[in-house]
Write a protein that binds this ligand. Structure first.
Ligand code: SF4
Length: 409
């Protein structure tokens, strides 16, 4: 979601005639921020401290993103060298101020394609109506606002006409999507978007185990365009902790979804999020999470140590009782476990042919992209393969993070 916000602000700046440059040559520095964890928030403060040496009367520093909803104009008090505090999506006044300051005028809006051209994010829901006890998102992003199907289609078509070949439908809880005009939920939206001519891939994220509808899995399984990847955060493998998190499902529900999805799509790419050290997480509760990871064998697990987020139910009503050293031990234990699982799982692709949508070239000049199941893949010899092209790759090597191979005959 933050990447999509950065992209939309960058497009407007580029349309106004600004160019991207290194910090030492730039006039304007904009920080798009995340506060989902304390560590992300700390990075913002540290960057703002660093920028103090960079700041001159001619230069502008602006902050946007979730920290604005959390801290507001207090940031200006703490960081007097900060020029602008810009709420998410409310860029008009800020851009007008910049235009006056640097004598730029906003030009024609650029097509809504990503700057890399291949993949384009389309926000279909802003905000979240859930109230997971650890999560600050509803506070900083607000309640859900759903984008009409017609608007999503218009943006998707324009992006594809401008060169995008993959669309990624975004929502904090994308499964909750409902067309405000009565046109149906996410499955209906996906069915419409996948018909866009020249579109090769369609992804969506992030799903919620409580709201994911079986119909969506059926649409995925039947489609050549919709990718076989599900981003389905489980957060914990312990029912007691899930209840304290107010996630609205139990592990048996989660297992049932995975079982159904894999019955329809045996090679499904499965990505999840896990928090360790949530208040009340005993060793037994932690081991339940560990068991779930071993059993389900996710492709990717985004692991985080719990950190209390101000204003959330968990921060105000629960005792952060797992010591930091123990959180770290649990995190490292799951990281090592998941690394072994991911290595084992990716090795199963060796010898198979996969379809790769090329996104660019890596530092060694080799084309890379992703397979339909979400894994990154590198074409070992294939210079000249352009971004946006689908390559049929014979996988020859695999690491935990990526596949490598040669174009199949
Ligand atoms: S569903 Fe996701 S975004 Fe919404 S409150 Fe829960 S964790 Fe936060």
């Amino acid at each position: 979601m933050n990447a999509a916000d950065s992209e939309s602000l960058a497009r407007r700046l580029l349309a106004a005639g600004y160019t991207e440059d290194s910090l030492d040559r730039a006039d304007v520095a904009i920080l798009n921020t995340c506060v989902v964890r304390q560590a992300s928030e700390d990075r913002v403060y540290s960057k703002l401290h660093e920028l103090k040496a960079w700041k001159t009367p001619e230069r502008t520093i602006a902050v946007t993103g979730c920290i604005v909803a959390k801290e507001g104009n207090d940031l200006r008090g703490r960081f007097p060298h900060l020029d602008a505090v810009v709420p998410i999506g409310e860029y008009d006044d800020f851009l007008a101020g910049l235009a006056a300051r640097y004598d730029y005028s906003e030009g024609e809006a650029l097509p809504p394609a990503g700057r890399t051209g291949v993949s384009h994010y389309v926000r279909v829901i802003q905000g979240c109506d859930h109230n997971c006890t650890f999560c600050i998102v509803p506070r900083v992003r607000g309640r859900e606002r759903h984008v009409p199907i017609a608007v999503v289609l218009e943006e998707g078509r324009a992006a594809v006409e401008a060169g995008a070949r993959e669309l990624v439908l975004l929502g904090q809880n994308v499964d909750d999507y409902r067309d405000p005009g009565g046109g149906g939920g996410l499955a209906a939206l996906v069915r419409e978007v996948e018909k866009i001519p020249e579109l090769k891939r369609l992804r969506f994220m992030t799903s919620h185990p409580q709201d994911l509808e079986p119909e969506l899995l059926e649409v995925m399984a039947a489609s050549d365009v919709v990718c076989r990847e599900l981003q389905l955060p489980v957060q914990s493998g312990d029912d007691g902790i899930l209840k304290r998190m107010a996630r609205g499902y139990q592990t048996r529900h989660y297992r049932a979804i995975v079982e159904h999805a894999r019955a329809l799509m045996p090679d499904l790419g499965l990505v999840t999020d896990v928090i360790v050290g949530f208040p009340g997480e005993t060793e037994t509760a932690f081991l339940n999470t560990r068991r779930l990871l071993e059993e389900i064998e996710f492709d990717v697990v985004h692991l985080a140590m719990y950190s209390p987020r101000p204003g959330t139910f968990a921060a105000t009503k629960m005792h952060d009782d797992v010591p930091a050293a123990e959180k770290l031990r649990r995190l490292n234990d799951l990281l090592a476990l998941q690394r072994a699982i991911a290595t084992r799982k990716t090795s199963r692709w060796v010898g198979r042919d996969v379809e790769v949508l090329i996104e660019g070239t890596d530092e060694l000049g080799r084309p890379y992209g992703r397979i339909r199941q979400g894994k990154r893949a590198v074409v070992l010899r294939g210079s000249g393969v352009a971004p946006g092209v689908l390559v049929n790759l014979r996988v020859m090597q695999a690491t935990a993070g990526q596949l490598m191979g040669l174009p199949a005959a």
